[in-house]
Design a protein around this ligand. Structure first.
Ligand code: DAH
Length: 347
């Protein structure tokens, strides 16, 4: 009996040592201690053992069972550990520095914005920022855009509900609404009210319009605004500055042209076109790039500047438009999708 038990244990032990999976373990366990297992069969034979030998035999069998249980437990623990190790993969040292993912690159809109600001700083302009949430006064009224102007309609402008409060934005009159600015021109008014002429500011930033997104429209895009206030400012100064900045940004082959237009806050007003056929994917001779003009005397009066003394020019343009032109990008949505395959091209 002793010999049989020892042999069975040795056989089980060798078998358990080879097991790799939980399923194999369960099958092996059944072969040993299941209802028809080898140990179970042996136990059943106890009945045939003479009565006086039974206590000694019982002791032997119990010892063997205990040893077998230890081995079964150890095997299951070993298989469980291997499963976890398999899930964790190769060992890592968490104290090592993380792999270098490279220095990263600037977003194309950031590049255009910074380049424009750099060029304008050289021409004496100071970079200023304005809030993206505005009141109707700064975005429209002070810019001589009357209440019935289409730009102010609910379907073009995002207005906040009446009960929303912005502690850092003071309303001129209690009944005016808060809105997401539709252009950076509001910063002209803020700068003039805050400072004293002469003024030379450039203000890049986000603007919002109720547009359905497509290849050339986005409800959220970026503009850059410029304002110059001084004595004896003329259209010639405006044209000279625009010629200068576009040549600096896009190369000396770039030309600009003015087309008469209407904006409430400038008189005369123009739309600016660019000719830059040396750039990628430019298939039209003239491309509209922004609006500009001489600051309307009414706007000066509104901010308390004497229009007989002060003159000025202003212009605003879309940064996406410029970036699309510079890099030959044909869909505005690429700017916002954060696809690395796109962004990595601007290294
Ligand atoms: N605010 C205009 C727009 O969003 C652009 C513009 C036109 C800005 C004339 C100006 C300007 O400063 O003088 O379309």
């Amino acid at each position: 009996m002793q010999a049989t038990l020892t042999a069975l244990l040795a056989k089980a032990s060798a078998e358990l040592a080879r097991l790799k999976t939980r399923a194999d373990f369960e099958a092996a366990k059944a072969r040993c201690v299941g209802p028809n297992g080898e140990f179970t069969t042996l136990m059943k034979q106890m009945g045939a053992v003479p009565k006086e030998q039974r206590p000694a035999m019982g002791k032997l069998v119990n010892e063997a069972k205990a040893q077998l249980q230890v081995q079964l437990d150890a095997t299951l623990a070993r298989i469980g550990d291997a499963e976890i190790a398999g899930q964790l993969g190769p060992a890592i040292d968490p104290t090592l520095p993380s792999p270098d993912s490279g220095p990263g690159t600037c977003h194309p809109l950031t590049r255009v914005r910074e380049e424009m600001c750099r060029i304008l700083r050289k021409a004496g302009f100071t970079v200023v920022e304005g809030p993206e949430v505005e009141t109707e006064y700064y975005c429209f009224d002070a810019l001589n855009t009357p209440a019935d102007h289409p730009a102010r309609e609910e379907q073009d402008t995002f207005y906040f509900p009446e009960n929303v409060r912005f502690g850092n934005l003071t309303k001129k009159v209690p009944q005016e609404k808060y809105l997401l600015r539709t252009h950076t021109s509001s910063v002209q008014i803020r700068s003039m009210l805050k400072g004293k002429p002469p003024i030379r500011i450039v203000s890049p930033g986000r603007v919002y319009r109720r547009d359905t997104s497509d290849a050339t429209h986005s409800a959220n895009f970026h503009q850059i605004e410029c304002l110059y206030v001084d004595r004896n400012v003329t259209v010639r100064d405006l044209k000279a500055l625009l010629d200068y900045i576009f040549a600096a940004l896009l190369g000396p082959d770039t030309k600009t042209r003015f087309r008469p237009h209407y904006f409430g806050y400038t008189e005369p007003s123009f739309e600016v076109d660019l000719s830059a056929q040396h750039l990628p994917k430019v298939n039209k001779e003239w491309i509209e790039i922004g609006g500009c003009g001489l600051v309307d005397p009414g706007v000066f009066e509104g901010v308390g500047y004497d229009p007989k003394v002060w003159t000025g020019y202003a212009f605003g343009m879309g940064l996406e438009r410029l970036a699309m032109l510079m890099y030959g990008i044909d869909d505005i949505r690429y700017f916002y999708q954060n696809d690395l395959r796109f962004l990595k091209q601007f290294a």
